[in-house]
Design a protein around this ligand. Structure first.
Ligand SMILES: NC(=O)NCCC(=O)O
Ligand SMILES: [Zn+2]
Ligand SMILES: [Zn+2]
Length: 483
């Protein structure tokens, strides 16, 4: 059966034009005028865009003694409700665990996924086994490797481990990723704050000032440069980190930065709320910042120095957050946003004139599809691309309330925010998952998306490194090695 989307304006990262889209077998079969299909979706007054891709989620993630509350069922349902048609989650070996065992665990979480998904692999420890298994992970279609520079004593890796891992990622044609915060300093500041009686959720923000992020971002950039590997910096939250990324890009380094929708629109005043639950529900790393940092992130999206907007969706219930009463370091870190990323970014970005509709598509879908080497299967409206599409009604409005969200948690950090711009239809590989604004998605429809290495960038970096490498000076009569 074929489906035709009629009467809309196609909006991609580089073009806007009026055309119908014909879908057959889950893919875009034709784009043009007057197309005919078995089923018709009316897109009059709407934009037809590539579905969103969220490159940063933690569904059913074991973390800080518990599991994040949204799994691949509720998480991907929430994604589709908000116009996101693919998520990329993190397979997370515990320190000492085989990467391939961790991958099996993550494979087993996905049976009920409503939309397509892929994985990044986290490198949480280093050794010969990790070195060897990374090749098998790449063969499985997972080519991006995340390193935590924070969470000391749990997930954090040190500089020597990161350098070894980055070099291996480079050789395999992969992408290095970092959670950039100086974990040693965070641990020191946390201990001092607790000793001084600063035990509330605001202590979390005080323990992670922008400097810890700026320092770690710059360090990761320099280590990646020395290793000859491209680098993706997740949840860039502040000018200090953005500045390091901007400078690196101006110097020709292959570095990308990812702000979160939370950091773009929510600020640190949330942590000063006298209601403990309110503040703790917003505890995440890095924490929310002030307006100066938010302006920097928006400017980065506008100018291209920041590339993708994600959610880092890692949702915990109020009950789970309360583990940290009396000690902020025990509050599970993470917030939700999968259902809200696209409508909130559209409203506060396109609605305010800070982003064009084309830039919106670039930062929610196309850029990451290219960075993760799945373009134009994903992130495009082209003949042959997967029909992961959102028919976006720029006039549809709602106020965000936890009471009508898909996520399993009991609150929403965007509660009360008004959005204008919502999906009329969301299609996942041609199957309608949001119909006339109502969620009607299909458990188990989601498939794993394997990604091939992208050796061209890595080869270019390696070739340049080799060409410019420091070499021994040949001296007549003096042997290179001692006698
Ligand atoms: N960001 C956060 O606070 N929780 C999820 C894990 C991570 O990305 O650091
Ligand atoms: Zn992180
Ligand atoms: Zn994360």
């Amino acid at each position: 059966m074929s489906t035709v989307i009629k009467g809309g304006t196609i909006v991609t990262a580089d073009l806007s034009y009026q055309a119908d889209v014909l879908i057959e077998g889950g893919r875009i079969a034709s784009i043009g005028q007057g197309l005919v299909g078995d089923k018709v979706l009316d897109a009059t007054g709407c934009y037809v865009m590539p579905g969103g891709i969220d490159p940063h989620t933690h569904l059913e993630m074991p973390f800080m003694g518990t599991y994040s509350a949204d799994d691949f069922e509720s998480g991907t349902r929430a994604a589709l409700a908000g116009g996101t048609t693919m998520v990329v989650d993190f397979a997370l070996p515990s320190p000492g665990q085989s990467l391939l065992d961790a991958l099996k665990t993550w494979d087993n979480k996905t049976a009920r996924a409503h939309c397509d998904y892929s994985f990044h692999m986290a490198v949480t420890w280093w050794g010969e086994q990790v070195f060897d298994e990374m090749a098998a992970v790449v063969d499985r279609g997972i080519t991006s490797f995340k390193h935590f520079m924070a969470y000391k004593g749990a997930l954090m890796v040190n500089d020597d481990e990161m350098f070894s891992s980055f070099r291996r990622v480079g050789d395999l044609g992969g992408l290095a990723m970092v959670h950039a915060e100086n974990g040693d300093i965070v641990a020191e500041l946390s201990a001092r704050l607790l000793a001084e009686g600063n035990t509330g959720p605001e202590g979390h923000a005080y323990s992670r000032p922008p400097q810890v992020e700026g320092e770690a971002t710059n360090r990761a950039i320099m280590i990646a440069d020395m290793a000859g590997v491209p680098l993706y910096v997740v949840h860039t939250s502040c000018e200090d980190s953005h500045e390091a990324i901007r400078r690196a890009r101006q110097a020709g380094k292959r570095v990308w930065g990812e702000p979160l929708i939370q950091h773009l629109v929510l600020d640190e005043s949330e942590y000063f709320n006298p209601d403990w639950d309110h503040a703790a529900r917003r505890v995440m790393s890095p924490p929310f910042r002030d307006k100066r940092h938010q302006d920097s992130l928006w400017a980065g999206l506008q100018s291209g120095s920041l590339s993708c907007v994600a959610t880092d969706h890692c949702a915990f219930t109020t009950e789970q957050k309360r583990t940290g009463i009396g000690d902020f370091t025990k509050i599970p870190n993470g917030t939700g946003g999968l259902e809200d990323r696209m409508p909130v970014l559209w409203t506060q970005g396109v609605g305010s004139g800070r982003l064009t509709p084309n830039e919106f598509v670039a930062v929610t879908s196309t850029n990451i599809a290219k960075i993760l080497n799945m373009y134009p299967k994903k992130g495009a409206v082209l003949v042959g691309s997967d029909a992961d599409l959102v028919v976006w009604d720029p006039e549809a409005e709602k106020t965000i309330h936890a009471s009508d969200q898909q996520s399993a948690i009991d609150y929403n950090v965007f509660e009360g925010i008004k959005v204008k711009g919502l999906p009329r239809y969301t299609l996942t590989r041609g199957v309608v998952a949001v119909n006339e604004g109502k969620v009607d998605s299909h458990e188990g429809h989601g498939e794993f998306v394997a990604r091939a290495p992208r050796p061209a960038v890595n080869r270019a970096l390696t070739a340049w490194k080799e060409l410019t490498a420091r070499r021994p000076v040949a001296r007549s009569g003096i042997p290179a090695s001692g006698v």
